[in-house]
Design a protein around this ligand. Structure first.
Ligand SMILES: *Cc1c(COP(=O)(O)O)cnc(C)c1O
Length: 365
């Protein structure tokens, strides 16, 4: 019998996510209100679309493997050098590079149980040992518990999403800086800032490059380019050089590089999306209050609404899907009694609100 490597054989045969297209096939749905993946409901910048359209004919060329133009623009945005930036096909890929580079087979990697799961899949896939701390009961990351596990298990990589997914909660910069200082010296913090666009820059951890931190950013959320697959990491020269060594040379789509660059230049559109997302969060808070449901205050483009129990949250999610509204829910306690709904346009929010009102009557507390 020919078998895969032990680390691969041990991975459960599930994909990290069941995509909405698969759900539509399974449920015989022709259309879906997509509020489950935190995609932008507000699309990419028209300037990005125009720039990509103008270059479509040149898709016969590979993209610049150095992403030089994009990294130059990003260096300006972040006040760093291009040697401190690496571009990948989304944070999901970059996360895999960090795990592959810094977690030896059998070595520990630390995350919060129930946080963004792609990190965990990479740790399994590269033969690492996942160790976890739980969320606090109020849905916030438990930094003290993470520090305690880090001291006991000595992980080489500590994953933290800030703002966090799926809770939507946020750790202020001073608290985060104290957290990094309290970790063992040999732990690298993989700081996933997929939602940084939705927080005032002054509240994020200081922009100076810190050898203990790899920060990741994406064009998938506020910039509305999830399908283009492009993101980047900001880190020390040494860490970037390490990631460059193992990165797929032509892994970044040429059109994505062009769209990302044009998006960065369209600051007015970015600000418009951030405002729309804020309005969307407020609308969901108001809906939850109207329905007598709790919610977590969010710093992202989604909101977690409290259904009181995991079983009720699951039933509500499934019933919404039958009505053509796709949302998700956190999988692990204490957040598993929430459903998570992404920011949407007014018609999308109204479809969600109407379906939720109807479903709540049928699914008792
Ligand atoms: C959406 C999301 C990602 C994925 O980003 P891509 O750049 O699309 O791969 C990564 N981390 C978190 C926390 C996310 O919510």
């Amino acid at each position: 019998m020919i078998r895969p490597a032990p680390a691969i054989a041990a991975i459960p045969p599930t994909t990290p996510f069941i995509g909405p297209e698969q759900l539509m096939r399974e449920h015989g749905l022709e259309s879906l209100v997509r509020l489950g993946a935190n995609e932008s409901a507000f699309g990419p910048s028209p300037r990005a679309v125009e720039a990509m359209r103008a270059e479509l004919e040149r898709l016969s060329w590979y993209g610049d493997p150095e992403s030089f133009a994009l990294r130059t623009a990003l260096a300006r945005k972040h006040g760093c050098r291009i040697e401190q930036l690496v571009v990948g096909s989304g944070i999901d890929e970059l996360m895999g590079l960090v795990v592959r580079a810094f977690v030896a087979p059998g070595g520990a990697a630390l995350t919060t149980r129930g946080s963004y799961p792609t990190f965990n899949y990479h740790v399994s896939g590269y033969g690492g040992r996942l160790v976890t701390a739980d969320y606090r009961a109020d849905g916030r990351l438990d930094l003290d518990a993470l520090i305690a596990v880090a001291r006991a298990e000595r992980p080489t990589v500590v994953y933290l999403a800030n703002p966090d997914n799926p809770s939507g909660t946020f750790v202020e910069r001073d608290e985060l800086a104290r957290f990094v200082d309290a970790l063992p010296d040999d732990a690298l913090v993989l700081l996933d800032e997929a939602y940084a666009d939705f927080v005032d820059a002054g509240r994020l951890i200081a922009p100076e490059i810190d050898d203990r931190i790899v920060r990741t950013r994406t064009f998938s959320k506020a910039y509305g380019l999830a399908g283009a697959r492009i993101g980047y990491a900001i880190a020390s020269d040494a860490h970037v050089a390490t990631l460059q060594k193992i990165r797929l040379h032509y892994g970044v789509n040429r059109n994505a590089q062009i769209g990302a660059l044009a998006s960065l230049e369209d600051e007015a559109f970015h600000a418009h999306v951030v405002r729309e997302v804020e309005a969307s969060r407020e609308a969901y808070y108001a809906l939850a209050r109207e329905l007598g449901l709790g919610y977590l205050e969010s710093y992202t483009n989604f909101v977690c609404i409290d259904l009181g129990s995991a079983s009720r949250a699951t039933r509500v999610m499934n019933e919404l899907l039958e009505r053509g509204v796709w949302i998700r829910k956190p999988g692990a306690p204490p957040l598993d009694r929430y459903v998570r709904v992404s920011a949407g346009t007014a018609p999308m929010r109204e479809a969600f609100a109407a379906a939720l009102r109807a479903v709540l009557d049928e699914v008792p507390a």
